[in-house]
Design a protein. Structure first.
Length: 248
């Protein structure tokens, strides 16, 4: 084995994990194009781990290959969003049901903190943090369920629906329904009410993705989201961005 192989493997994993994180947290918008070079430059790595990570994500349906060493975040149709909605309802609803049977006090307290952080971000118009906290809340519920295969399926489905979180802003998130459902879900976990936990998770996913599907035009296509403005902190030009994806 070459001495460089462990480092190469680490870099491939780094690029893959950062891209997955960006997609599931809604840091990319539907239809957005990324060049291999821009990804490599943002992460401070060579083109080789980027190519290998991209190849894997294209196979998973997370990106579509484009000409000139670039990829695009897929543009979904109404039917595709509704299909993903139904899959997420089934899988995450089951996860919430399972979580209700085993959730500990500490886990419930952590979920409550995430919900509070989400609402604080929403009050301040920090949509980037808002989206990240929605993802964190859902992934935490799946983790509480202690169902590793279910958790992997949830993460895979979020690769495709994460970018569409952008279409929920600002209109859909203005409703109090989302925060109310999260609080009821937390209460269901606290009281070990599996049926209620499943119902609230299903309603949360169903409401959001049905709204997104309703944005389709007459041909069934859903237009790309316009990214909400995000405050960016200045970073020294010489500082690599390994471990912190630049397209956030």
């Amino acid at each position: 084995m070459s001495p460089r192989e462990p480092a190469d493997t680490l870099l491939r994993s780094l690029v893959y994990d950062q891209l997955r994180d960006g997609l599931t947290a809604g840091r990319f918008t539907p239809g957005e194009k990324l060049t291999f070079r821009s990804i490599a430059g943002s992460l401070g790595v060579s083109m080789t781990p980027v190519r290998e990570a991209i190849r894997r994500m294209v196979a998973e349906g997370a990106f579509e290959m484009q000409p000139n060493r670039s990829v695009r975040v897929p543009l979904l149709t109404r039917d595709r969003v509704l299909e993903l909605r139904d899959l997420r309802i089934a899988v995450e609803g089951l996860g919430a049901e399972k979580a209700a049977g085993v959730a500990t006090r500490a886990q419930i307290a952590r979920l409550r903190r995430i919900a509070e952080e989400l609402m604080a971000a929403r009050r301040h118009g920090d949509f980037a943090t808002d989206r990240a906290k929605i993802r964190e809340f859902h992934f935490r519920v799946a983790a509480i369920a202690r169902q590793p295969t279910l958790q992997r399926i949830v993460e895979g489905l979020w690769l495709q629906t994460g970018p569409y979180l952008n279409l929920l802003y600002p209109d859909y998130v203005a409703s109090p329904r989302g925060p109310e459902r999260r609080l009821r879900l937390i209460k269901a976990l606290q009281t070990h009410d599996a049926a209620m936990a499943r119902r609230e998770m299903e309603a949360d996913i169903g409401g959001a993705l049905t709204y997104v599907a309703g944005l389709a035009d007459a041909s069934g296509r859903i237009a790309p989201a316009v990214p909400a403005p995000v405050k960016r902190r200045r970073r020294p030009a010489s500082a690599p961005l390994v471990g912190s994806f630049a397209f956030a």
